[in-house]
Design a protein around this ligand. Structure first.
Ligand code: HCA
Ligand code: CU
Length: 397
């Protein structure tokens, strides 16, 4: 499936700031903004300048850095917020207002007619003040809003002719890939403008939902590094990159500096004082680690047998774990070669049986395995006598 031309709106400095562990200083924000620009995302989104005094000064400062990525700021659909955002010099303003009954009843208290009226005023005002600014309008909690309400709102806003991009937000992570596909398809029929998807990950669907949005014709996807955000966050940048690479590696390799991804993750992890999860997409410790003997054998013959992502594209290396009971003699042979040891096939299979049997009883380390390989290689090369083993009966896979 060819992907539409897509852009990433990287929201680590907006949604990511809503992660409970994130408390970025002004210097942190500048460093992260540079790192995101170096990676090559098309946009970064910054916290509303109305949030705090430093949010305002940081927004203005980062907007003035001349980064290669466009700088957006994010505001509630308020006249005063719009005035303040206009003064920051950001390339674009993302405006959002809730449309679900939850948000209408328990947050801003407005009816759909009042939402339309307010959106009309705020968006027309921004456009009149800065006709060239990139203007986005999104509903909040789109997936728990009544479809007829949503369509009324989007139609009214479309008719203003001032908005460059429409957003849909799965604010609570309730949406499914099919639901996202259907809503974006409906919106696509309503407008030729760009469409953005913002999806929370409460039920683990954020990456699939983002991909589904693109399949239905969305053009922009919101991400954060490591997926940080409110509660358990939104679409992780790395997960979206992995998903898109699996579909169209050349596009992804061309668009982004993939070698920077790991350092970008580490930077944000350090600033937010968290670890990169061990099983994180691309950058997690085990993302390119292979264990079972049958996997190791095939990986050694052709890595694509068990890998859809090439670690080398990300400046990373694969690792074959061998110090355990699921190991196999092909992996052992590879390790022996790495150590410069000569072991014939019979001895390799025998030492593998020995290691498997030992691993049934205790945890082994790579050094334990290396030591055994050295011992067996010495015995192999000095005489035909093998070191004693109690495990000759174990089958070798
Ligand atoms: C929030 C709002 C938002 C806005 C998304 C957007 C959401 O909960 O703070 O403007 O695209 O998830 O609805 O992040
Ligand atoms: Cu959000």
């Amino acid at each position: 499936m060819p992907l539409h031309d897509f852009s990433i709106i990287e929201s680590t400095l907006r949604e990511g700031e809503q992660f409970v562990g994130a408390d970025f200083t002004s210097e942190d924000k500048v460093e992260i903004a540079h790192a995101l620009a170096d990676f090559g995302v098309e946009y970064i989104e910054l916290t509303s300048p109305c949030a705090s005094p430093s949010s305002l000064t940081d927004c203005a400062h980062i907007s003035s850095l001349g980064l290669t990525t466009k700088v957006l700021t994010h505001i509630r659909c308020h006249m005063e917020d719009a005035r303040i955002a206009l003064d920051t010099g950001a390339d674009g303003i993302d405006v959002v207002i809730g449309t679900s009954s939850y948000l209408r009843d328990f947050s801003h208290g407005k009816s759909i007619d009042q939402v339309i009226e307010l959106a009309t005023d705020v968006l027309s005002f921004i456009h009149s003040q800065a006709p060239d600014i990139e203007l986005r309008f999104s509903t909040e909690d789109s997936f728990r809003s009544a479809q007829e309400d949503l369509l009324r709102v989007y139609q009214a806003v479309r008719n203003l002719g001032v908005v460059d991009r429409f957003g849909v937000a799965d604010t609570v992570g309730v949406a499914t890939p099919n639901g996202v596909f259907n809503l974006v398809t409906t919106l696509r029929q309503l407008t030729d403008s760009d469409i953005e998807f913002h999806g929370h990950n409460d039920t683990g669907c954020a990456i699939a939902n983002s991909f589904s949005a693109l399949e239905a014709g969305a053009t922009h996807i919101d991400t954060t590094v490591l997926g940080i955000g409110e509660r358990n966050g939104i679409t992780p940048l790395e997960g979206l990159i992995a998903r898109l690479y699996a579909t169209d590696p050349d596009t992804v390799r061309t668009k982004y500096r993939l070698h920077h991804l790991h350092d970008l993750n580490q930077l944000v992890a350090d600033k937010a004082e968290i670890e990169i999860p061990f099983n994180h997409y691309i950058t997690g410790l085990t993302a390119f680690t292979h264990k079972a003997g049958i996997h190791a054998k095939a990986i050694l013959n052709n890595p694509e047998t068990y890998e859809i992502l090439d670690p080398a594209d990300f400046g990373l290396t694969r690792y074959i774990s061998i110090a355990h009971k699921l190991t196999g003699w092909n992996a052992m042979q590879d390790r022996a070669e790495q150590l410069g040891l000569k072991l014939d096939r019979t001895n390799l299979q025998a030492v593998t049986r020995h290691i498997k049997a030992m691993a049934d009883h205790k945890r082994l380390t790579l050094s334990d395995v290396d030591e055994l390989l050295h011992q067996w290689a010495e015995a192999n090369n000095s005489s035909d006598e093998r070191p004693s083993t109690a495990a000759e009966e174990v089958q070798v896979s």
